[in-house]
Design a protein around this ligand. Structure first.
Ligand code: FEO
Ligand code: CA
Ligand code: CA
Length: 752
């Protein structure tokens, strides 16, 4: 029997599944005074806080801020308090809010134009034909086409010498992630699957080949002619990185037993990157792509494979959710190739395989990393940076870049009840490394300290180091006996558990405010946050009834944005203070739900993508990946002008679910009003808005529209009028993920 994917299976966001079974505190039971003055001042932070410019996701003109080396650290504490930052010029939102919408279009404010730039399947090499978009395009051409599910994205301006120049306004390389696929629209009638359950197999290898290529990363050259942006189909910079691209491991876990596979018997390499969600940048001009829901792609039938596994391996698989047939059934194609293109997705111990170098039992360990790509050197081999830990990496936002200081990246682990991390380099930043490529990455990203966050009930926080021998991360840990440094990095969720990290409501993107260095973190939602199970940093649990049927949506369905300030503006600090910047909610929700007092022009749900514009130095863009408020509106992009940690007040709210209620104390940032938060764009039907970047002058904004029409029932593939979206081509076309570029008709800055 040949069958398509079941048409009426509800779409489950893999992020909604949590694998954190620990009893880690959700609230502060101890407020420790780890705030010794030695910790606060021992790094000689001095004037660091006045030089806070950063280069997260979108790159930009302030990405690198060469400062003279800081004066040597004065030995004895206390050091003088840092000088206050000069007051930056006030920004003002300057557009008319876009109304909520269920239309199948991209809506932007009056005076702006949104143009489609780069769609699923668009060719990126000379001679590759235009995409037919009917499921019949030749599979072998897909490594020279745009991938699916456009996500995190960075604009790298280029100068006439083809070098990185962040301020470049009219020509650049756009690097972007392709997180996943909407299989229904990729083949003539969706995926061809034979059998059901554990016996289900993909019977058409061509379909799987397309899917291998449609994941990963694009690098494309884009430029402006007049006011119109386009990509250059035959640019020598154009590149696809996908699930077959060879990659090297670096950092402490490289070349260890945990990463040995039949493909790389010394554990030095693997093939491909997968489920690339958000992104990050480096001050030397490379792209970071982050592997998020990789676990679901692997086949591991638990009942049989566990018989061949140690207790530690079983604990690790359980903590990362490596179980099942694999979401796209890639491991099931027969016959396998000599180099195991299909079998590599089976991460079971194979009968007859003597060692880890004879099968892919360690295959799942080769994913879950931050991967560095040099977009300026198309032939360069990407590197998986193991020092940054293995988890469901959402993104990696670079913190303030100061000459003579360590570099820092802030990183969310996107699953329910997971954690937020930061990596602090050992080496201090030297601006001579700009344009240093992957070699510069070796210097800064392979050696450093990895921390996880603990949010305390009094508004303080601690960064807990994740290293063998500290914070309970030892061989004596009852839940998991850590053997060595590589074991800690590969199983960093287990290390964070024992360290006592705070479970969060799905940590998505991080963003660093260039005005003050404060770090913002989207917490998109959490259906597993019952009344009585809240904490100060994840304070809401309520019901958000949806649609005419008033279907219950419980927990924290609409999400929030927390922010924190590392002590003294020092990214290497081990303490911070925090508050909740913004709570998502319907504007009509009760006061203890709509805590940010959102109104019709700025209400939203499920914040995900988030990024501070560099060219405008402080404008925050907020994107939604929502399924909770979609009875009223499609997903959206909002512009915001946030204040700072502590600009609001302490507040105790009452959470209610039926007859159950509980109070929760928290810290609520100042309500933004429409002067501080305003809807800028609404996307087409059934999409997510994600990925954002700008040209070096801030006069072109690139935004990704991911998976329009994603929940179209499989049975509807035979009737194009019943597709859930036809964007961007309209008519009865199959929908396509795409990048749009937004410009102001008078050529001005976007949003201001
Ligand atoms: Fe891929 Fe966490 O969104
Ligand atoms: Ca995301
Ligand atoms: Ca998401």
């Amino acid at each position: 029997m040949t069958a398509n994917i079941p048409s009426d299976t509800p779409l489950i966001d893999p992020d909604d599944i949590g694998y954190n079974k620990t009893s880690n505190p959700s609230f502060s039971d101890l407020v420790e005074a780890r705030l010794s003055r030695r910790n606060l001042f021992g790094l000689g932070v001095g004037s660091a806080s006045v030089a806070l410019l950063q280069a997260c996701g979108g790159g930009g003109s302030n990405s690198v801020f060469p400062m003279p080396p800081a004066a040597a650290a004065p030995a004895p504490a206390p050091a003088p308090a840092p000088a206050p930052a000069p007051a930056p010029a006030a920004l003002k939102l300057n557009f008319t809010a876009v109304p909520k919408s269920l239309d199948d279009v991209v809506s932007v404010p009056a005076g702006y134009t949104a143009s489609v730039l780069y769609r699923l399947g668009d060719p990126i090499a000379a001679g590759v034909p235009a995409y037919l978009n009917d499921g019949t395009d030749a599979p072998a051409t897909y490594d020279k086409r745009a991938g699916d599910h456009h996500d995190g994205m960075t604009f790298f301006g280029i100068n006439a010498s083809n070098k990185w120049e962040p301020a470049a306004a009219a020509r650049g390389l756009l690097a972007m992630n392709h997180e996943a696929i909407t299989p229904l629209f990729l083949h003539p009638t969706g995926q061809t699957i034979v059998g059901t359950g554990n016996a289900a197999v993909r019977s058409v290898a061509d379909e799987v080949q397309r899917e291998f290529f449609l994941h990963g990363v694009s690098v494309i050259e884009v430029s402006k002619s007049g006011s119109a942006w386009s990509y250059k189909q035959d640019s020598s910079f154009n590149r696809r990185v996908h699930t077959l691209t060879e990659m090297q491991f670096s950092g402490p876990a490289a070349q260890t037993d945990y990463l040995k596979t039949k493909y790389s018997s010394d554990g030095s390499k693997t093939r491909g990157t997968l489920n690339n969600c958000a992104n990050g940048t480096t001050p030397w001009g490379t792209y970071l792509t982050c592997e998020e829901n990789w676990a679901g792609y692997f086949r591991r039938i638990v009942a049989s494979d566990n018989l061949n596994r140690s207790a530690k391996e079983i604990a690790a698989f359980g903590r990362y959710g490596v179980a099942g047939t694999g979401r796209e059934l890639w491991a099931t194609v027969t016959p396998d190739t000599a180099d195991n293109l299909y079998g590599r997705w089976n991460t079971e111990v194979i009968t007859g395989a003597a060692t880890a170098a004879d099968d892919y039992r360690n295959g799942a360990n080769t994913y879950g990393w931050v991967v560095e790509i040099d977009p300026f050197t198309p032939g360069s081999m990407p590197k998986k940076r193991t020092a940054l830990g293995r988890f469901g990496h959402e993104g990696a936002c670079l913190g303030p870049v100061v000459v003579g200081k360590p570099l820092v990246w802030y990183m969310g682990d996107d699953s329910q009840n997971e954690y937020v991390y930061k990596f602090v380099s050992t080496k201090a930043w030297d601006a001579a490394d700009v344009n240093g490529g992957i070699a510069a990455g070796d210097k800064y990203m392979d050696d450093g300290k990895l921390y996880v966050a603990k949010f305390n009930a009094d508004g303080s926080g601690n960064w807990l180091e994740l290293k063998l021998g500290v914070n309970g991360i030892t061989a004596a840990n009852p839940a998991y006996a850590f053997a060595d440094a590589a074991d800690v990095l590969i199983n960093v969720r287990l290390a964070a558990d024992v360290a006592g990290a705070t479970k969060m409501d799905r940590p998505e993107w991080t963003a660093v405010n260039p005005r003050n260095g404060e770090v913002y973190l989207t917490l998109t939602n959490n259906t597993a946050r019952p009344v009585g199970g809240t904490d100060a940093a994840n304070p809401r649990s309520y019901n958000d009834p949806k649609g005419a049927a008033q279907t219950a949506q419980k927990g924290n369905p609409n999400g929030h944005v927390i922010r924190f300030a590392d002590t003294n503006g020092d990214p290497a600090a081990v303490t911070f203070k925090w508050d909740v910047y913004l709570f998502g909610a319907r504007s009509t929700a009760a006061a203890d739900v709509n805590l940010s007092k959102l109104v019709a022009d700025n209400d939203f749900s499920s914040p995900d993508g988030m990024w501070f514009s560099h060219a405008t130095a402080g404008l925050l863009w907020l994107e939604t990946d929502d399924s909770k408020y979609t009875d009223v509106t499609n997903c959206m992009l909002l512009a915001a002008l946030p204040g700072q940690v502590g600009d609001g007040a302490a507040r105790t709210i009452t959470n209610v679910d039926g007859a159950t209620s509980a109070t929760q104390a928290t810290f609520v940032g100042k309500a933004p009003g429409t002067e501080g938060l305003r809807r800028f764009l609404v996307g087409p039907k059934d999409c997510e808005i994600t990925g954002i970047a700008e040209s070096g002058d801030g006069r072109a904004l690139f935004v990704n529209i991911q998976h329009p029409g994603e929940t179209t029932p499989a049975a509807n593939i035979s009737d194009p009028t019943k597709f859930g979206s036809h964007w961007p081509e309209g008519g009865t076309a199959r929908p396509r993920s795409a990048t749009v570029v937004i410009t102001r008709n008078d050529g001005g800055l976007i949003g201001l």
